[in-house]
Design a protein around this ligand. Structure first.
Ligand code: ZN
Length: 78
C-alpha cells in the first residue's frame, strides 16, 4: 500500500470516492493522488483542497468549542 509518498516521503492518506472502487492515496504536500499500486492518478484539485480546508476548520472549531467550559459560567449573578 502506498502509505508513504515516493517523492517527499510524507504520509499518504486514503480518500474514498463514491465513483471509484478503491480509495485513492493523497499526499498533501505534493498535492496528488496515487492508486493502490502507487501509480500516479491525478492532481489534487483546487476544489478538493478548499473542501478539505473547510472540513478541517469546522473540525477544529468543533474541538475548541467543546473544550471551552462555557456552560460552567456562574449563573444567577447580576
Ligand atoms: Zn509527496
Amino acid at each position: 500500500m502506498p502509505l508513504l509518498c515516493k517523492d517527499c516521503n510524507e504520509r499518504r492518506f486514503p480518500i474514498a470516492f463514491p465513483d471509484q472502487r478503491d480509495a485513492l492515496w493523497l499526499c498533501e504536500k505534493c498535492k496528488n493522488f496515487v492508486n493502490i499500486k502507487d501509480e500516479f492518478v491525478r492532481d489534487w484539485t483546487k476544489e478538493e483542497m478548499e473542501e478539505n480546508r473547510k472540513k478541517l476548520e469546522n473540525f477544529q472549531r468543533g474541538v475548541t468549542t467543546e473544550k471551552t467550559p462555557e456552560k460552567k459560567r456562574r449563573s444567577g449573578v447580576n
